[in-house]
Every structure is written in structure tokens, then in C-alpha cells.
Design a protein around this ligand. Structure first.
Ligand SMILES: [Cu+2]
Length: 272
């Protein structure tokens, strides 16, 4: 996450963000070279009396200073396009999660195996526990397995919102009546914070996003020890997990892991 007086990006937690940081440095290098040259020419012109009325034809130099900017633009544009298409790529994701923007909170729906729905509200500053981050921590984090391809479907039910996590390199608008798709893969376990990035009303600043990436449990023995404090509800042949308000976060995580353990196929995919 970001820290005070930070100048650069947050540490990348996904391959796409790594690419974006490389591209940022690459573009900045071009900017630096151009500004140095321009600054040098300005200084040279201001400090010398270099007036030359002689040459009326200078085809060679004109050719060079016309083509050079074009070449520089191509050098910047090509890697930019490459990342643009990489970000758009969806390769058979392991999980699909729907994020829905509301005024002013996010709700999530896990759409594989069994449908699991929950809301994710900010924790008010007065209720924060030591170690929790003000304006960033939520009551229910979105839990995902690390190193797995996750497809996010992002929409809104009221106004425009934007689901953004800087360290994962994601910023996708949540638009009512439209389902936007994006994918990401975390390279490490951890909690990644983001905020709504579309001015959406008075509490725009108070609808943070917290994604927790964790390692999946690997042995079924561990699974047997897990006791879950949730209600299973059936409707239309789909099982809903209703998480009681105040269910400790660790417990929720275990539900998630259990969901995956019970699907050997999914486990196999996740570890490939
Ligand atoms: Cu919003």
C-alpha cells in the first residue's frame, strides 16, 4: 500500500503492474532525454549570440528533426499497445468474481461452484483495531487464492464508480447497466487496498476495496478441522452462504478455502 511522501508507484503485486511500471520508466526516460535536449537548446540560445542568416536550404537537418519525433512516438506507442492488449487478455480464469458498486460500498458475488454474496463496508475510524488502516480497511475483504487467474466482472447499481487497486494495476469503471471485465493474477500473498476512483457522491472517499490473496490449503486433513459459523441457504438449486455479521475474517477465509478444497478439479487447475 501507499505510504506518506511516496513518490513512485506502489510495489507491483501482479505481472501487469510490473509491466506498467517498466513502461512508466521507459516513457519517463524518453521524456527526460527530450527535456534535457530542449533545456540545453534554450540555454544555448539565451547565452550565445548565434545568428546565422546564411543557409536557406537545410534539407538534411529538416529531415532529421521531422523523423526523430515520429520515431520516438513509435518507440513509446508500441510497448503501450502491447500492455493494453495484455491487460485485455482473459485466459480461462480460475475464478469469476462480480464487484458491484453501490452508494457507498462495494458488494461482491463469487459466481463459481456455489454463489456467495456479501457486502464490503468501510470500517469507521473509531472502530479501527491496531494495525488496521484508516479509510482503507473493510469489514469483509474480497478473498482470493494467490497465483490464480481471477476474472472480475464490474458493474454498478446506482451511479458511476470505479474499482481500482493500484498494486494490481487495475482500474475499471463500474457502470450501471453494463458489465465490465478485467483479469488479474497476484504474484504473492497479501492484502491489497484500493479505493473507488470515480467521483460518485458525498461518501465517495469512504468505499475502499480490500483484496486478500492467500495460499490455498493443500491437505484435506486440515479441512476437516474447520468449523464454519455460517448458514447455508438453498434457493433455485444454488447454495448461498450467508455470513453472519461479525464473523471473524479468518473464519470467512476458511469458508473460501473449503469451497475450493471440495472441488478437486479447481484445486488441480489452481496449482498448474
Ligand atoms: Cu464510488
Amino acid at each position: 500500500m501507499a505510504h506518506s511522501s511516496q513518490l513512485g508507484f506502489q510495489d507491483a503485486a501482479s505481472p501487469i503492474m510490473e509491466e506498467l511500471i517498466y513502461f512508466h520508466d521507459h516513457a519517463l526516460m524518453a521524456v527526460l532525454l527530450i527535456s534535457t535536449l530542449v533545456l540545453y537548446i534554450i540555454t544555448a540560445m539565451m547565452t550565445t549570440k548565434l545568428t546565422n542568416t546564411g543557409p536557406l536550404n537545410a534539407q538534411e537537418v529538416e529531415m532529421v528533426w521531422t523523423l526523430m519525433p515520429a520515431v520516438i512516438l513509435v518507440i513509446i506507442a508500441l510497448p503501450s499497445l502491447r500492455i493494453l492488449y495484455l491487460m485485455d487478455e482473459v485466459n480461462s480464469p480460475h475464478l469469476t468474481i462480480k464487484a458491484i458498486g453501490h452508494q457507498w460500498y462495494w458488494s461482491y458475488e463469487h459466481l463459481d461452484h456455489m454463489v456467495m454474496k456479501y457486502n464490503s463496508y468501510i470500517i469507521p475510524a473509531k472502530d479501527l483495531l491496531p494495525g488496521q488502516f484508516r479509510l482503507l480497511e473493510v469489514d469483509t475483504r474480497m478473498n482470493i487464492p494467490m497465483e490464480s487467474s481471477i476474472r472480475m466482472l464490474i458493474t454498478s447499481v446506482d451511479v458511476l464508480h470505479s474499482w481500482a487497486i493500484p498494486s494490481l494495476g487495475i482500474k475499471t469503471d463500474a457502470i450501471p447497466g453494463r458489465l465490465n471485465q478485467t483479469t488479474f493474477t497476484t504474484t504473492r500473498p497479501g492484502v491489497f487496498y484500493g479505493q473507488c476512483s470515480e467521483i460518485c457522491g458525498v461518501n465517495h472517499s469512504f468505499m475502499p476495496i480490500a483484496v486478500e490473496a492467500s495460499r490455498l490449503l493443500t491437505t484435506p486433513d486440515q479441512l476437516l478441522e474447520i468449523k464454519i459459523d455460517v448458514t447455508l441457504e438453498r434457493s433455485d438449486q444454488k447454495t448461498f452462504i450467508k455470513i453472519h455479521p461479525g464473523t471473524p475474517h479468518e473464519q470467512y477465509l476458511k469458508i473460501y478455502e473449503k469451497d475450493h478444497i471440495s472441488n478437486p478439479l479447481q484445486m488441480k487447475q489452481a496449482h498448474q
